[in-house]
Write a protein that binds this ligand. Sequence first.
Ligand SMILES: *Cc1c(COP(=O)(O)O)cnc(C)c1O
Length: 242
Amino acid sequence: MTSKVKAALKKLKSEVKKARLVAVSKYVSIEDVKEAYNLGQLDFGENRVQELIEKATSFQNLGLEKVRWHFIGHLQTNKVRELLKVPRLWAIHSVDSIRLLEELLKRENDFKGDELKIFFQVKTSSEEEKSGFESEEELAQAIQMINSKKGTKFKVYGLMTMGPIRTDYFEEAAVRSFELLKKIRDEISSRFAIKDLKLSMGMSRDYKLALDAGADFIRVGSLIFKPNLQEQTKNGVIGHEH
Ligand SMILES: *Cc1c(COP(=O)(O)O)cnc(C)c1O
C-alpha cells in the first residue's frame, strides 16, 4: 500500500508544479492518511463532516499540526457548526448557495482558527445532481456578503467546479467546464477588483486537463489511494466511481 501511495504522490507532485495537490482521503482510513502525511502530503480533502471530524481529531491528538483540511463535499446547513469546529480546517471548497453562506456567517464564532478560505462552487455543467452557483450576480452577492462583514475570518479565496462525469466525451466537456470557470473568475475579479482568486478544479480523471486550464488546486483521490479502482474505471470495468 505505502509504496503505491508514495509513487502516486511523487508522480502527482512532479506534475502539479505551482498548483497545490489536495489528496482526497474520503476513501481511506486514518492510518492511510497518516502515512501520506508522513510522506510529506499536508493537504487533505474530505466530503463528509463526520469523517472529517474523526480524522482531524485524531491528527490533533497526535500533534500532527501541519495538516490542512479541506472540506469538499455538499454541506448541509445543520452540519455547519460541527464543521467549523474541526481543528486545522483550512478551506471549504463547496460553498454552493447564499443560504449556506448565511448560515456559515451566522455560526462563524464556532471557527477557532485564524482564517478560513472560502471557495464558491460554481455549476459549470448541466448535470442535475451538481450543486453550485449558477449566475455571476449570485456569486457577486456572496462575495459582498463576506467582504462587508467587519472582522470576519472568512476569506473570499476562490472558485471550485467539477467537470461532468456522465458523458462519453468527458475530456472535451471537462475542458469546457474548466475554461468556463476561468472566464467567470476573470470577470468577477475585474468587477470586484479581487486579485488572485484561485481555481479549484480537476479530479483523478481530469486533473491534467485542469492543470492545463490553469488550476491552482486539484482534488485527487482515487488515483492516489485506490489505484486499482482507477485502472478498472479507465478500462470501463466499473461504470462510475462516484
Ligand atoms: C471525491 C471527490 C474528489 C476526488 O475524486 P477522485 O476521482 O477520486 O479523484 C474531488 N472532488 C470532490 C468534490 C469529490 O467529492
